[in-house]
Design a protein around this ligand. Structure first.
Ligand code: F6P
Length: 333
């Protein structure tokens, strides 16, 4: 089978060089925001192929040294900058075990790019401020890798369906901004005053909640946060819930939506609606995105739109989003 001509050229090169049928285990490896996209990537692979996979923080991957990592493994790594040293070390470690490696990065000359067998580029608006089309984002590229792999390993070939869905994603994101804008306007003044804001999600959307909690609220706004899995919520975290506690709940469209729905009902039973910001994907116009992929692309819509909310909070707190860091990239660690 051949991959669609609209597939990213780097992905076509990487997957064509791979003896796909020999791949017995896939590892998704990265740190921080780049790690957050690995959860939905694994979710997509789990849905479409009987291929075992794991998601690892890059340092943990090297320290744990899974015994199953060998020449029949495919290790997919991501570092936007390509300079996160743990991720480069993980690529080198994977190659030392004979595994095939694919690295996603925006910097083709970066240390990560040099450490992997194949480089896949993507675009990111967050540090440059230059808007992109979501079809060129990290989500889009890793989904192409996953669905390409599914097709090449004998699974259903949904690559064309994926490509046409990704082409419809940016207009869907643009429409979503308008849908969520009134809620962001309403909630931002209250959330800007909070010391703690939790984010809750499950399934394909968990990664979006994770990155919003650790990279945006904590890293960029110094607001204490934690991403809580929508069902784990009932296994401890719900004890902190009262009328004053602030939560963001992501309700996606994947098969785990009932978990998020149950959390929604409990949050509104004991919390107060004005402190529970719910982003519900059922309110979105997802025309052009195939129903099979709607649950998978919704987290990118959540994440992209939540940035607008974060900038509103940043303005109200007078705390600059990307510059006001104390440690990251400012000191050695
Ligand atoms: O490896 P990357 O994707 O360049 O990430 C570098 C840093 O950027 C973030 O993803 C967001 O600032 C951090 O979590 C991470 O430490």
């Amino acid at each position: 089978m051949s991959l669609p001509s609209a597939f990213d050229a780097g992905i076509v090169a990487a997957l064509s060089a791979l003896d796909a049928k020999s791949v017995k285990h896939v590892f998704f490896v990265a740190c921080g925001g780049s790690l957050s996209i690995m959860y939905p990537a694994k979710f997509l692979l789990d849905q479409h192929a009987p291929l075992p996979s794991d998601v690892y923080n890059a340092a943990e991957f090297v320290a744990r040294a899974p015994r199953v990592l060998d020449r029949n493994s495919l290790v997919i790594l991501c570092s936007m900058t390509g300079t996160t040293k743990e991720t480069t070390a993980a690529a080198e470690f994977a190659r030392s075990k004979g595994a095939a490696t694919i690295g996603l990065t925006v910097e083709p000359a970066s240390p990560l790019a040099k450490a992997v067998d194949h480089v896949v580029g993507f675009e990111a608006p967050y540090t440059t401020g230059v808007p992109i089309d979501a079809r060129d984002s990290n989500y889009s590229r890793i989904y192409q890798i996953v669905m390409g792999l599914v097709a090449l390993t004998g699974g259903e070939d949904l690559t064309e369906t994926l490509i046409s869905s990704l082409a419809a994603l940016q207009p869907a994101i643009d429409r979503a901004h308008a849908v969520f804008a009134p809620a962001f306007e309403d909630y931002a003044p209250r959330f800007a005053k909070e010391d703690v804001v939790y984010t809750v999600a499950s399934g394909a959307s968990y990664g979006a909640a994770y990155s919003f909690a650790i990279c945006v609220l904590m890293e960029m706004q110094w607001i204490n946060s934690q991403a809580i899995h929508a069902n784990e919520f009932f296994h401890g975290p719900f004890e902190v819930l009262d009328k004053d506690r602030a939560f963001i709940l992501l309700k996606g469209l994947d098969s785990t939506r009932p978990l998020e729905q149950r959390a929604d009902e409990f949050l509104h039973r004991f919390g107060s609606a004005e402190n529970i910001l719910v982003l519900d994907a059922e309110k979105l116009d997802l025309s052009g995105i195939d129903p099979q992929f709607r649950g998978n692309v919704v987290p990118l819509i959540f994440f992209d739109t939540l940035w607008r909310f974060a900038y509103k909070i940043a303005d109200l707190r007078k705390h600059e989003m990307l510059e006001a860091r104390r440690y990251m990239k400012k000191i050695s660690y």
